[in-house]
Design a protein around this ligand. Sequence first.
Ligand code: MTE
Ligand code: HPA
Ligand code: MOS
Length: 793
Amino acid sequence: MRTLTELAPEASQQAPSLRAETGSGAAGQSRIHESAVKHVTGRAAYIDDIPCPADTLHLALGLSPVAHGRLTRLDLEKVKAAPGVVDVITIVDVPGHTDIGPVFPGDPLFVDDEISYVGQVIFAVAAESYQAARRAVTLAVVEIDEQPASLDPVAAAERGDFVRPTHHHQSGDWEQALRDATYVLEGEQFVGGQEHFYLEGQACLVTPSEDEGVVIHTSNQHPSETQKLVAEVLDIPFHAVTAEMRRMGGGFGGKETQASPWACIAALVARRTGRAAKLRLPRAEDMRATGKRHPFHNRYRLGIDDQGVLVGGEITVIGDCGYSPDLSDAVVDRAMFHSDNAYSLGQARVTGHRAKTHTASNTAFRGFGGPQGVMIIEQVMDDIARHIGEDPLTVRKRNLYRPGRDVTHYGQRVEQLQLLHDLIAELEQSSDYWARRQAISDFNRTSPIIKKGLALTPVKFGISFTVQHLNQAGALLHVYTDGSVMINHGGTEMGQGLHTKVCQVVARELGLDIERVRITATRTDKVPNTSPTAASSGADLNGQAAKDAAAKLRERLFDFAAEHYRLDRDGMRLEGGALVAGQGEAERRLPWAELVQAAYLGRVSLSEKGFYATPLIHYDRNTGKGRPFYYYAHGAAVSEVEVDTLSGEYRVSRVDILHDVGDSLNPAIDIGQIEGAFIQGMGWMTSEELKWNDAGRLVSDGPATYKIPAFGDLPPVMNVKLLEGHPNSQASIYRSKAVGEPPFMLGISVWSALRDALASLADYRVAPQLDTPATPERVLMVAQALRDAQGAA
Ligand code: MTE
Ligand code: HPA
Ligand code: MOS
């Protein structure tokens, strides 16, 4: 292991120029996160930092201790009588909707009689203090007629126990392809789930408003949906509810739908008591009560030719959805859309099942099912390589989309066909792949216990919500008479730098220094009917909406200036903090603040709204065909691992990443996203293990038992570069590309490198079965099995 001081020089070498702040900070330039200083000095306010009104009530929840059963008795008399308790609520106290399913029904706000998972909310207590509420919860008398819990998604799928119907993609005659193939390979895998482990847990503070409504402060990726659900639960109009969100301490998908229940419960208390209500889940309850990344069981039967190129066949993915639909239809769709990753499947059928189990309802998590789909085909690539005796990188390259093989199994044509070929070629060079491959083979031949592994895996990730109507955004721009600018939009900030990027867009459109542009909290009464900040599309959608608003305002100011100052309207521009008209000798410059002041006196509106809807996209669920994605974002990573095959312990010694963000909106932030996503993906593949006991209770419910990557797990060498010279082929915001989720899948290269190291135990002739997370225990068991098989042979 390296020491801190050894690591430091390398860390500081990383792209120093990108860390620098230069120029106006407009879109396209590196610029620190708008809250960076506040983040590191503790001045950035999260929900728990908001000063509560003096009479605030604190909430605690009574959660189901069993996974499946019927509630036969609920006696809350002692709870109500406990010191400090002001209100206790259950399902019967809900005046409006009792089901808060976000897309399809199935999520009761409180247990009615059927219990579906450990951690399901049965009742809520509001008390003068948090401690009083917590103590009172324990006084409840709860009797449950416990029934066997269904915890095996494969068995559920076999029984046809689904939360949503099965869906297929089909291109060509997959059965004929299997008959025509030189070889037919088969395999399966288990891909584990993942806890979001946002540092700020689920939290909200709700205050009653003058009339029948509420104001909700919520750590939330989807304020508009929470507004809607709270209104429906309270049975009041949407306009009586305002949701506000300044920033989250991480969301990662876990606050797309699953931030709403807490706001609904707190809102009920606030309306019933006329007092503010605060609800913040303790970590263990947060982990029990909320859904996670879907675990998947995947299978394939695919034919290849003698070169190892896929000719077709079938892939089946089974998502473990938990007890209700939540977002699972779209999550399993995305797993299906990405079961090809970067490779043409040939003539294939892809089937996606949505299995129902008695666990919390699994939900969005960075990649949104995409990573689980990518996993199956990346296993296939390694399996083919072992079968035909070629390097896995050679097999991957042969299978990439290319001319003549450029249409996905769901009918979308891959537009930037050459990009991934170029990107991989560049990374192959810069990471020194082939020399290291040779060195590793030599090392492994002479090292009996420590085995090294190397893998390059690519990603091609579809950008757009696969639910078409979500691909829209709005923005509201105000210019004040001192020339300062306020931009509001529907996106939420969760650390990803969205607000920084949107400020940069406005600064660029108005020719201003970014210091003059500010964003405050996202609020449903400023920009209405917003989509969740998800699908990596925050900057794409809200950036375009902000640009639209800024461009409209700019044109209005040009009209005003042309008339008021008698300037030439043609060629007028905003740059360097001034309006510029005319060329050369005739050039006139008017400082921005002066222009704005004059426009105000001239009674010109200094406020504008913007709107954007992504063009071109469509998907027909009946035929399983369409163009669900506006474009694809790409990348590739090379990971090297060292495995101790006697203990199963391993470390990631080096990572090289080359990633496609088109023309970056902010290279420094994009590199930060890539680093974070890679490490989070690596954690998913390696150390983050969710464990439920046989009764369906999550036992890995805190940081002591659930291991996210720590500082010491970071690869000592990690080179991250942005691909240059490939602007987006579609007219996205300044030809940039979304970055939030795609690099998460680069973490898969660590898993593939582990398989590579293990395969060396069988002279690279066997593709070891390695389920995920590939914990040291799993790695050890595979190593032993390979050794035993070698010994027997
Ligand atoms: N980065 C940070 N720091 N914190 C987060 O919660 N969420 C990720 C990604 N990057 C996340 C993050 C997820 S799941 C998504 S969909 C995108 O950010 C959402 O933001 P964007 O669309 O603005 O990129
Ligand atoms: N990605 C993320 N969140 C979503 C999506 C998606 O494709 N669809 C609905 N919510
Ligand atoms: Mo991200 S999983 O789309 O919130």
